[in-house]
Design a protein around this ligand. Structure first.
Ligand SMILES: [Zn+2]
Length: 349
């Protein structure tokens, strides 16, 4: 396995890969970007890559151990940006080996400590909704599950719990060997999604803010409106370096801004397409799975049926469209209707 790693002002990073080397998102070869920040006498690791299925080599885990074993500084913190398995996978192994403190946002903590939490009602009811209400918009058939919430899928692919030592909120500062890193809460991709900002080098570790499609869970797990605000916040910081959770990173203020504006444009386009489709059929309700075919016409690498557990449904794309629809309803542009037991959406005139 090949990792591309790059020197950054704060240490080094491995831009993670989604897609090109993987026929299937869950085959063990999808990695998140991992970044090591070197302070004066202490280090911090951002994310840990995914845990790899037993039939594959644990490429990222072994690679991180081989690099971290050679570090002079002790590893003080393992900063987990969010609960997704491709960011948490090696955290328990690395914590055990280096004795670092695992840090995350309180909203993602229960899932990081117990991935099976996503299969429980409490994961949704803690946001004031029931799973039935959350899933009603998708018109699932009896017995169909949605996303990565089926216990057998969680168990097989991403049940790698790690005990969290410290939770952090927006604005908190993590001190690492003289460096001061500010926690930035960037919800939208998931509730407890956090980045790190180093004002001294104007480097923003933005995790999966630029992941498309985002959101990839239904509301309240994903939230298009919150995501739009998160992009705005990052634009206002005017980062010189933007180091992302997957693939591309930007190495100048101009290119960082372009990346952020590109994501903002993709989200606006998604929303405009939804409005256009709803208006075109004037008053005739459209279901989310009907909207997805046109709104997100290009099938993304992340629409793999295996990761959803529900056959050919494009769950990530459907969740993205749903959270945009909820925002459109709030803005008075769309309305939810229920006819013959099916939920659909119409434009509001
Ligand atoms: Zn993610």
């Amino acid at each position: 396995m090949i990792f591309f790693w790059a020197q950054t002002p704060d240490g080094w990073g491995i831009p993670g890969i989604h897609g090109p080397l993987a026929a299937d998102e869950l085959d063990g070869y999808v990695q998140s970007g991992v970044y090591l920040i070197r302070g004066n006498g202490a280090n911090l690791l951002i994310d840990t890559g995914n845990w790899t299925l037993p039939e594959h080599d644990n490429g990222m885990g072994d690679f991180l151990v081989s690099l971290l074993d050679r570090e002079k500084n002790p590893l003080k913190y393992i900063f987990i940006t969010h609960f997704h398995y491709d960011h948490v996978g090696n955290a328990a192994t690395l914590k055990r080996r280096y004795g670092a403190k695992v840090v995350c946002h309180p909203l993602d903590r229960p899932i990081i400590e117990d991935p099976l939490f996503v299969t429980r009602r409490e994961n949704i009811t803690r946001f004031g909704l029931t799973p039935e209400a959350m899933l009603e918009d998708f018109n699932l058939e009896p017995g169909e599950s949605f996303g990565l919430a089926a216990p057998d899928i969680v168990n097989k692919y991403w049940n790698r719990p790690v005990e969290v030592d410290q939770t952090v909120n927006d604005g908190d500062i993590l001190e690492v060997g003289g460096l001061k890193l500010e926690v930035i809460h960037l919800p939208g991709h998931c509730p407890g999604h956090v980045g790190l900002w180093n004002p001294a080098t104007r480097t923003l570790y933005s995790a999966d803010l630029m992941h498309y499609p985002t959101p990839l869970g239904p509301y309240p797990i994903g939230d298009a409106k919150a995501h739009a605000r998160s992009i705005q916040r990052c634009l206002a910081l005017e980062p010189e370096l933007l180091l992302e959770g997957h693939g591309l990173s930007a190495y100048s203020q101009a290119s960082s801004r372009r990346r952020l504006l590109h994501m903002q444009m993709q989200q606006r386009t998604t929303q405009e397409r939804i409005v256009h489709c709803l208006r075109r059929v004037a008053g005739q309700p459209l279901r989310i799975d009907e909207l997805v075919a046109e709104v997100m016409a290009i099938k993304t690498d992340l629409d793999y049926p295996v990761s959803t557990g529900i056959g050919e449904r494009r769950c990530y794309a459907e969740a993205c469209v749903q959270t945009h629809l909820l925002w459109l309803i709030e803005q008075g542009e769309a309305q939810r209707v229920k006819e013959h037991g099916k939920v659909g959406f119409v434009a509001r005139t």
